[in-house]
Unconditional design. Structure first.
Length: 230
């Protein structure tokens, strides 16, 4: 495992994608103390003041690995575990596929990007700060607990958790990751707003896709798109 830190960059995902194309190995991590061009899903801007975690890691896919999109669940359970370790006592939940919430408020997010056999996974965690005035509520560990862990120390815990869950995903497939994800997520029956409409959370299918029960009793399977708690 190779953990690198820079003072400032545009985006750790962009930088690590470039390193991947240049031959960087799996297990490379890049953390920035501050980002000037951080982004979330669908190109959204990710506000990046110093004191939070902005880090990306690289996975090199092999022909026998489970499907690459299921790495979103691997990343989610690893991040949930890391936050729970350093912010004990908080009622944290995973929201499909890989946001971490405290109540209705978003605490952390993940962005996966791929270039050939390289999957770069970016982690953003509000440790010391969180933005105000957004459409959806957000929070930080400092707001929840009164203190914020050092981002470098947080990365050590996260990198270890991710390595362990990545190993499980490779050795045993998606099933144990999916089981841990479900145990850490909002419960079945939670009302959700999705691209397929409003419905109730019915768990995940065997591929990690979201199962949504609609008002007419039918179940839709959602593979991508924004999902919000109601």
């Amino acid at each position: 495992m190779d953990l690198r830190t820079v003072g400032e960059t545009g985006s750790t995902n962009t930088d690590l994608l470039a390193l991947a194309r240049a031959g960087a190995p799996e297990g490379t991590w890049l953390r920035a103390e501050r980002q000037t061009g951080g982004r979330g899903r669908q190109g959204r801007t990710w506000v990046s003041p110093a004191g939070n975690l902005y880090a990306s890691t690289l996975v090199r896919l092999t022909p026998v690995d489970p499907p690459a999109p299921t790495l979103a669940l691997v990343a989610a359970v690893a991040m949930h575990q890391a936050i729970s370790t350093l912010g004990p006592g908080q009622a944290l939940q995973i929201k499909w596929p890989n946001d971490i919430l405290s109540g209705p408020a978003k605490l952390a997010g993940i962005l996966l990007e791929r270039a050939n056999d390289a999957v770069v996974i970016g982690f953003g965690v509000n440790l010391a700060h969180h933005p105000d005035g957004l459409e959806r509520p957000v929070t930080s560990l400092a707001a929840l607990t009164g203190t914020a862990p050092d981002p470098g120390a947080f990365l050590d815990v996260l990198a270890d958790a991710f390595a362990r869950w990545l190993g499980t995903w490779r050795r045993r497939g998606l099933a144990p990751v999916r089981e841990r994800w479900l145990a850490s997520a909002h419960p079945r029956g939670t009302a959700l707003s999705t691209p397929a409409g409003v419905g109730l959370f019915e768990g995940l299918d065997e591929t990690g896709a979201l199962r949504l029960r609609l008002a007419d009793g039918s179940v839709r399977v959602i593979h991508a798109g924004d999902v919000f708690l109601i």
